[in-house]
Design a protein around this ligand. Sequence first.
Ligand code: AMP
Length: 336
Amino acid sequence: MNRVGIAVYASHSAIQILIGAKEEGLPITLFGPPEALKLYRRFPGLISNAVEYRGEDSLNLLKEQGNILVPSGSIVEYVGYEAIKRSGIPYFGLKELIKWESDWSLKLRLLREADIPIPKIFKEPQDVDSTVIVKLPGAKGGKGFFISKSPEEIESRIARLIADGKIKSLDDVCIQEYVVGATMYAHYFQSPIFDRLEITGFDIRYETNVDGLKRLPPSFTEEISPSFTVCGNIPVYPREKLLETFIEYGERFVEATKRLIPPGIVGPFCLECIVNEDLEPIVFEFSGRIVAGTNIYLLGSPYLKLYWGKEMSVGRRIAKEIKIAEETNRLNEIVT
Ligand code: AMP
């Protein structure tokens, strides 16, 4: 009999987490505001237990009921790091990593520690000598980023952002070399229970309007600046020879988290890459939780078949880790 359950917020990748928990026979509670729960109620039998989210009290209730919080990409935005921390609800994964993800200098420190190729970073607008992408804090689906190759333009746009109170200082932005190549988002699962890193798949983000601009001749698009709001995800299967590179990057990333943020990352994460013409993936960003790109494998990733003999979603893989950890009295190794 299971004693633990899973609590998941109603957004992002909740459908596959709900299906996965059911497949593994783990109780799961979906929580969120009524308008968010509506979608999930449309599918017969998808949810067995739903709780209306009313702030921290709801987190306390979910904790009392014996749930482990499985974070998805939007948990920070909708629930917040501080609330999760205060509630003390067991968190599947490395809670501390949220802080590292929301601070550019920490984020870059971790990527550098992992010793994986990253784009050139420019400290000051005046240093810019190639096309760059200027990123604001907090991943908001690429919203608010801009591309430029003019130090003067970058300087004045940053000054405006500071004047408008959108950022505090230059330290809040990251000025990255704009890498030309093919985007590929590599998905991983770090399992403390099996002491191994599993590669779970790859996706491409379908971004508006940068992907739409490709459909028009340049003479029609000169005036339109590209934006990167994610509206969907597309599967991609990297060339087999790239798999080893991706796996080694993942392993180095895991080891870096163990050194800098012990006990290190647990569960799903993603390295966001651009593969350049030398077939070298350049990692421009990471995500320390399940990414929405795994939704392309709602019913099962063929990569997970390589480890488990059957296709499964990342949602199911999470439920499996929790279930086995409980059965072997090792829950303390997978929650923080
Ligand atoms: P992000 O929010 O960091 O995932 O970035 C949003 C999108 O901007 C990505 O999916 C890419 O299409 C693009 N992008 C981000 N960083 C770079 C970069 N250094 N070079 C080229 N494109 C980038």
